[in-house]
Design a protein around this ligand. Sequence first.
Ligand SMILES: Cc1cc2nc3c(=O)[nH]c(=O)nc-3n(C[C@H](O)[C@H](O)[C@H](O)COP(=O)(O)O)c2cc1C
Ligand code: SF4
Length: 518
Amino acid sequence: MIPRIYIPGDSGALALGAEKVAKAIASELAERGIEAKIVRNGSRGAYFLEPMVEVATANGRVAYGPVKPSDVKSLFDGGFLTGGHHKRWLGAPDKIPFLAKQTRLTFARCGVTDPLSLESYKKHGGLNGLTNALGLTPAAIVAQVTESGLRGRGGAGFPTGIKWKTVLDTSGDRKYIVCNADEGDSGTFADRMIMEGDPFVLIEGMTIAGIATGATKGFVYVRSEYPHAVAVMNKAVDVARKAGVLGASVMGSPYAFDMEIRVGAGAYVCGEETALLDSLEGKRGMVRAKPPLPAHKGLFGKPTVINNVISLASVPVIMDKGAAYYKDFGMGRSRGTIPIQIAGNVKYAGLFEAAFGMTLGEIVDEIGGGTATGRPVKAVQVGGPLGAYFPRTLFDTPFDYEAFAAKDGLIGHAGIVVFDDTADMLKQARFAMEFCAIESCGKCTPCRIGSTRGVETIDKLAAGIEPEKNLALVTDLCNTMKFGSLCALGGFTPYPVMSSITHFPDDFKPAPVRVAAE
Ligand SMILES: Cc1cc2nc3c(=O)[nH]c(=O)nc-3n(C[C@H](O)[C@H](O)[C@H](O)COP(=O)(O)O)c2cc1C
Ligand code: SF4
């Protein structure tokens, strides 16, 4: 049997040198006259071990990492093609503690299969969900998704089944499935990993959504910063079309569904669903007032499902294994699993898919291993740039939509960014306001003007000018933005600002006191 070597082609792994490692391995193979198949797989998400190279041996896969080009010669000398020992030897990938502790439902194939091989996809359970869906009525598919408890993973946590039912129940000569792959939140990369590592699961999820709601056309709106994801998705759509998974007759059924990949233009606000629709229609991305809901009047005025990549990519496993199976994971109203993206100043950065319910402390300290700098963790921002900063005292908060809301926070797209004790929370609060000012679409006053006034007021606080008055002013401004903004960009910017003020009051004390305290 020809040896098989897996070298991730994932952007994260590439950023860490995977391409150079792939070249070094290819030339070493040529030099030694060894015939082997190199598979450019996705990443399993343990980024602290990337580039992680795996070989398929008679006893299963063996991983090595993080591999440097300079390791390649000694890897061959040590017999790595048969799993031989080496200083980079990690053993069976699924026994690596960071991976072994996970519950991989949505990411089951990511890093395992060849992303562009439909055969490899099918061999690992791919298309089972779509096959089952084709045997059901659209209403029964929607009922399954509703019953699974799946909620939107893009940020708002809205029940996916209810959204689909609205589109199913709305008549239209044309309906659309739009996949939100704008992934603008800080510290997030789950959507990218799926698109690069298991693109067929997204295609399958979107196709099921089309059949369930009567939509015949899908668009994936990918942020422009993801060229690798765009390339892989385009190739995967081609493969799926040629294989009859997409097209006039989905897998030989009476249903038609096809899709296209579209590239965004680099604005955070274009991740907001209505601004995204404007952008997709070729306009400047401006937030639309609701109603009408996109489910009633969305893309080109037609009934449209807009879902995040992970929401859609979670549907195949639900349709394959059943709503009850999926629902069995999780806590409260947060059912199933959530791919937590651990980033920032953290020792073990990566993607950790787990059932809802782990505490923030477990995620940061046990899974993430604390800070990369070795200093104490000061704060963790959860849910992207609009998410609250959590101090250690809130580390017992379980990863659950309602539990985070109860602590004035949000899960968002499940990105967490860790900060050590050198972080200045006044600067972080200022950054939140500045980010909002830069990214605001400008449609409503509290966000457009409020964010700029917010930056100015925080600057006055930093300069020690009338601290009490200016702190009260920031709080007042936050209330106006929270309750008066049209969308969550202006409406949620107060979360990082107010959580910084509430949990880290010392950082907002006038300069002389801060100096004295230090
Ligand atoms: C400013 C802003 C940016 C957003 N960015 C994204 C994004 O990048 N990706 C995403 O899926 N949802 C994003 N959302 C949420 C979307 O508006 C929408 O709720 C989501 O696409 C719905 O899909 P879901 O129900 O599957 O989560 C953003 C919202 C706001 C207000
Ligand atoms: S809150 Fe900001 S981004 Fe949202 S509609 Fe208003 S101005 Fe636009």
